[in-house]
Write a protein that binds this ligand. Sequence first.
Ligand code: ATP
Length: 299
Amino acid sequence: LIAFLLYLFYLVAPIGQLVTGAVQLQQGLAALKRIKEIEELPAEPVGTAVRASAEPVGLTFENVAFRYGDDRPVVHDGVSFAVPPGGLTALVGPSGAGKSTVFALIERFYEHQGGTITIGDRDIRDWPLTELRAVLGYVEQDAPVLAGTLRENLLFAARDATEDDLRDALARTRLDDLVARLPEGLETPVGHRGLLLSGGERQRVAIARALLRKARLLLLDEATSQLDAVNELRLREVIAEAAKETTVLVIAHRLSTVTGADRIVVMDRGRVRAVGTHDELVGEDDLYRELAATQFLVG
Ligand code: ATP
C-alpha cells in the first residue's frame, strides 16, 4: 500500500506543478499586456519651465462637471467661477459641497468630464503636467515637513533663491520668530526625527516654500484643527501677505480667516450658489449668513 501511495504521489505532484506554472504564466502575460497598454499611452509633452515666473495667474471654472467614477454620485454639477490674477479668493460651503474636489481638478489629480478649467487663459488640459504643477503651489491641510533642516525644507524646490529671498519669505510667513527660537536656527533638523512643528507652523513652512518657488497660483486648504487665537490671527495675516505676491485660493473652514478676502465663493451640493465679499454675502445669501452665524461672525 505504501508503495502504491508513493507511486500516486509521484504521479500527482508534477500535475500540481504544471497547474502552478500555468497560473504564473497567465499572470505574467497579463502583466505584459498591462505594460504594453502603458507603453501605448500618448507621451506627456516635456515641459520647458523649470522655475515659474513670478506673475500671478487667474483661474476660471466654466460649467465644470465631475464625478469620481461612472457608478459614483455627481460631485460637480456645472461649477462656474472666476478668480482674477492676484488677491485672495476663498471657497466656503458645507462639508461635501465639492471644495476639495476643485483643488483636485486644478492639480489634475482627476480629469473633469465636462466644461472648461483655464489657468491664465490656457485650458489646463493643454498644459504638460510638469509645467502646470510648476505654476501651482499646493498647501495641504496637514502640510508635510520633510526630514532635513528647516533651510532644506524651505529651499528644496527653489535652489536658486537668494538669502534675501529667504529672509523675505520668513518675514512674510511670520516664521522669523520660530527661526530665532530654534537651537540652530535655519540649520535645525525639523523632519520626522527632529523637532516637531505645530500644524500651523507646518502650513506656514509650506506657504513660505511656495512663495520661494514663485508659485503663481497658491492653493491653500486651511487646516481644520483648532488653532489658538494667536495662531489664527497669524495665519490670517500670512494668507493676506501671500495674496499680495501671488493669486491665493483658499478653502476656508474658519470664516474668520477670510472675512477680508477680495471675494468669497459659496459652494453647496456641487454648485456655486453665490460670490461676493463677506459684507455682501451676509446681506444676500442665506447659507453664508447661516455659516457666519454658527461661527459667531454675525449676530
Ligand atoms: P469637506 O469640507 O468635508 O472637506 P468638500 O466640500 O471639500 O468637503 P469634497 O471633499 O470635494 O467636499 O467631496 C465632495 C463629494 O465627493 C463628497 O460626497 C465626497 O464623499 C466625494 N469624494 C471626495 N473625494 C472622493 C474620492 N477620492 N473618491 C470618491 N468620492 C470622493
